[in-house]
Design a binder for this molecule. Structure first.
Ligand code: FES
Ligand code: FES
Length: 202
């Protein structure tokens, strides 16, 4: 419903009172906008430039000290293959490799990754576009359904073998237990990891 503008000529409304009222509102709005601007300025003043190496390429991001690595990857570098599930270190969806070690990028501050070699799922295929053997094994063994957990599972699986923790199915399950799959693709994930392990040994 539209609001009827005040009749400035009516006895109850003086021009001085109306103008004073609007100036208070305008002043308040100005203060609010000014406060937001000050907050933005404060926020950007707190950013720092961090040098990363991501998938073999030197990258720079300007982030607040509290920014997590997954935020830098997804929001600043556009590498959205790394997923956010719980955002508190419990599901493994955000797993990436940092100097060859699997980390939860939701618990890793970007500044902690300065100078480190980060590998995300986007960096696994070779320059010709051929998939990493672990990606191929996941596809061949139907080791996913919705696929949301899959980038984290694949990076974790690669590290699991590299760490020497893929001796048998029980050990694989134990060392992959930080990567949850709501679709329950666990048996096929284990099979895919065994396939890559065996192909390396052969
Ligand atoms: S999103 Fe990082 S562990 Fe769940
Ligand atoms: S494939 Fe859906 S969560 Fe793992």
């Amino acid at each position: 419903m539209s609001k009827t503008p005040p009749d400035l000529d009516s006895p109850g409304v003086s021009r001085r009172g109306f103008l004073q009222g609007t100036s208070v509102v305008a002043g308040s709005l100005g203060m609010a906008v000014g406060a937001a601007g000050a907050q933005d300025a404060e926020a950007s003043a707190g950013t720092r430039t961090v040098e990363l190496r991501v998938n073999g390429v030197a990258r720079q991001v300007s982030v607040l000290p509290r920014a997590t690595l997954v935020e830098a990857l997804r929001d600043h570098l556009g590498l959205t293959g790394t997923k956010i599930g719980c955002n508190q270190g419990q599901c493994g969806a955000c797993t990436v490799l940092m100097d060859g070690v699997r980390v939860n990028s939701c618990l890793t501050l970007t500044v902690m990754a300065e100078g480190a070699e980060i590998v995300t799922v986007e960096g696994l295929s070779d320059p010709t576009g051929d998939l990493h053997p672990m990606q191929t094994a996941f596809a061949e063994n139907d080791a996913f359904q919705c696929g949301y957990c899959t980038p984290g599972q694949i990076l974790s699986a690669i590290a699991c073998i590299d760490e020497g923790h893929a001796g048998d199915a029980a050990e694989i399950r134990e060392y992959m237990s930080g990567n949850l799959c709501r679709c329950g693709a666990y048996p096929n994930i284990v099979t895919a990891i065994e396939q890559v392990r065996d192909s390396r040994q052969g």
